[in-house]
Design a protein. Sequence first.
Length: 336
Amino acid sequence: MPLQKHDEELEFLSHQSASHGGLSNTYACPKLSSAKIPKLSPECPRLEFGPPKGVAKKTKVVTVGIHGDEIAPLYALNELFQTGFLSNNWTRDHCLMYPFTGSNTNHLLDERIVFILGNPKAVSMNRRFVDVNLNRIFKPSLMSMETGDLFFKETHEMSRIQEIAMAIEECDEFLDLHSTSSPSPPFAIPGDSSRSRELAISLSVDFVIENLAKVIEGTTIDYANRLGKICCCVECGEHTNRKTIETAKELILQFISGDRTPRAKEVISCSSSQCLCKGFKFARDIHAFQRVDADELIATDDLGEIRCPFRDSYIIMPSSNHILGEEAWFWGVPKQ
Ligand SMILES: [Zn+2]
């Protein structure tokens, strides 16, 4: 593609993004036309592709960096842009630029795709969050301007809620990408509907964990789920592992393609969580998705021994930074 034409097209993209609903002036990206390749960053935390709101037949939203230290999915997205993702097959009638070939991808021309960097300030500071965990405050009671708690209203994360919540409200399908502090296979947490589960199972992950979205309140997925959206959160792997970036790239492409071919290796049902109480200590080395059997000793706390109450279950998301009152881990049972 001639460079001049490419520049014109990106200028058009910039114009489209700035002039159609949902994108406030604060987040217009003035550098986009000269950058040649779109880039999501703390300076440009939102990019939109496709027909504008009201014209698009479907809107898909992808969030990355909801936690500021989880930048692998952000790298993945920008690497996809670098390799031409959403920058091929541009037409002036449809500003979606799609990476797929084949006749079954024409539907993508009618779709609007929104990418949001959840917590740009925390990403700049390489911290999980600035004031409070952004992925625990998507609760209507906290988000309300009238009844919301004053402490939360003044936090940095509350200033991000409105844009992300509005994008979720306006979308049809939502994918939220994260990574983990310790080694973990990729796993998906779908919303509580058959279509959300179908989305999760179509992703290249080792595990799909059903019912977990209901157990953790105030997450983006909890919020999307309450609104009846097709939604899924994915932990793509360890923050610093190169493979995590490759996994995230694959997941973004699979989500946007709309192809629901089953790809997940195993489905687990989350039954409950183990609260982290005073004096908590693991009794042995525990790794993510460790399989444990009935009555096996897992940990101890001031109340005594914590043994596995189930036959053949998984330890999901064992806590590495022990915070009193939070979950020590979640119990998962393989789905037959
Ligand atoms: Zn996270």
